[in-house]
Design a protein. Structure first.
Length: 430
């Protein structure tokens, strides 16, 4: 590779402009550490006329983003558009096919097309780097591919979405309801104007699929996995959980069980004085269980211009050092498909909040439903609301099968005493 390395950027929003300014500021330091001078020669964005705080020379602007992949002087394409389809997909596929290195922060693209993209990158001996796609500034991808290379990883899990972690921890500390805290998160820039993929768990699901593939040297699973978000978490559940010694966290969890892959994303009750229970705000935290290392923990800012830029520059420096590597740590030829574990056979204990009419015979009717589905009750608290003639029944169960809990919830929703669908949250031992 020549002394000067030419970069083309596509996408110039908050992250793009922050990266541009940071690279200009740190160009000498990067050159000192890598022996190469990175130069952003071309920039393309959806709206070239947009009024931006960062002033860019007109000579750098390129209207047709796809034309960049055919320019002979371009060495690296940085994709900051987002989304798994459209221009982002066309650009990254075309760039790799035209033997350009690619750096992306696009988790949905990698989760959906990572296997295909890695094959093209390997064939053309170029890098596909995506550290910023999972956990922002936390170097989890490089840690798995390099730092933990000698380890057989058995489980990887943690808080993979800063928006939902901020909402849940702020609800707990402030005592304010979900919608109020969501509005605050938007004002502070911790949540997008349309944060659906964060709230419904899809963002964390993309990330856990990428981490599973890396950790277990398998193809990215395209089978449906268990994904539940936080949009139905009520402040009353956070208060009850706290009184029982728990906190509610949205976790992404992946492990190999009986030679099958278990991937799930859902709210969990975790012991409040546990490590993961004390990760608050917009922080991400990822725990890796492996042999011989034991347990490794990585924690840090999971989103935003600063952490994302840190990850992109890390990827850039890897390319500048001419570290051509397999995108997923091992050759595509060696990464096999793995069957998904039947999640209905997952075993856990759980928290249920059942809102009922406050009339005689209710408790007996509810506990009969539990007995019918062979679910044993560990703790039961009844909280009457005399004014509204209703009551909350809070139940902590012993461990049981996921399919039995599903049958229980179906039975309870048909119970004439139950006024709304019960809240069901799994308890996770972490």
């Amino acid at each position: 590779m020549k002394n000067k390395v030419i970069i083309a950027m596509v996408g110039f929003g908050n992250i793009g402009s922050y990266f541009y300014k940071t690279l200009l500021k740190n160009k000498k330091l990067i050159a000192l550490k890598t022996g190469k001078i990175p130069i952003i020669k071309y920039i393309s964005a959806k709206n070239l006329k947009k009024n931006r705080k960062t002033k860019i020379p007109k000579s750098k602007w390129v209207k047709n983003s796809l034309s960049l992949v055919y320019l002979k002087d371009v060495d690296i394409i940085i994709e900051l558009i987002g989304g798994s389809e459209g221009m982002a997909k066309k650009l990254v596929f075309s760039a790799l096919k035209n033997k350009k290195h690619v750096i992306t922060a696009n988790k949905s693209l990698i989760a959906k097309y990572g296997d295909e993209l890695s094959k093209i990158a390997e064939k053309n001996k170029v890098n596909l780097e995506y550290e910023a796609s999972v956990a922002g500034g936390v170097p989890i991808i490089r840690s798995i591919k390099q730092g933990l290379i000698a380890n057989k990883i058995s489980k990887i899990y943690g808080i993979l979405n800063g928006t939902t972690n901020f909402i849940l921890s702020t609800m707990e500390k402030s005592g304010k309801p979900f919608n109020d805290v969501l509005s605050k998160a938007k004002k502070l820039g911790f949540a997008e104007s349309n944060p659906v993929s964060d709230l419904n768990g899809n963002d964390a699901a993309d990330k856990i699929k990428i981490l599973s593939s890396l950790a277990f040297n398998k193809k990215i699973s395209n089978e449906k996995i268990l994904v539940e978000g936080i949009q139905n978490i009520n402040l009353v559940d956070i208060i009850h959980a706290k009184s029982l010694g728990y906190k509610i966290k949205l976790l992404g969890i992946s492990e190999i069980r009986k030679n099958k892959l278990v991937q799930r994303v859902h709210p969990c009750l975790v012991v409040k004085n546990s490590y993961i229970g004390n990760i608050d705000g917009v922080l991400n935290a990822i725990i890796v269980d492996g042999f011989p290392v034991g347990r490794s923990i990585l924690q840090g800012e999971g989103a935003g211009p600063g952490p994302t830029t840190s990850a992109i520059i890390s990827d850039l420096c890897s390319i500048l050092r001419e570290n051509i590597n397999y995108p997923f740590g091992v050759s595509s030829l060696l990464r096999k498909r793995i069957q998904n574990f039947d999640i209905s056979n997952h075993i856990c204990s759980s928290y249920l909040r059942i809102e009922v009419k406050d009339i005689p015979g209710v408790l007996s009717s509810i506990t009969k439903n539990f007995a019918k589905n062979h679910i044993s009750i560990k703790n039961l608290i009844q909280l009457p609301d005399k004014k509204n003639k209703k009551a909350d029944i809070i139940i902590i169960t012993h461990e049981n099968l996921e399919k039995n809990f599903n049958k229980l919830l179906l039975n309870l929703s048909k119970n004439n005493f139950v006024t709304q669908r019960p809240t069901f949250i799994r308890i996770e031992k972490v």
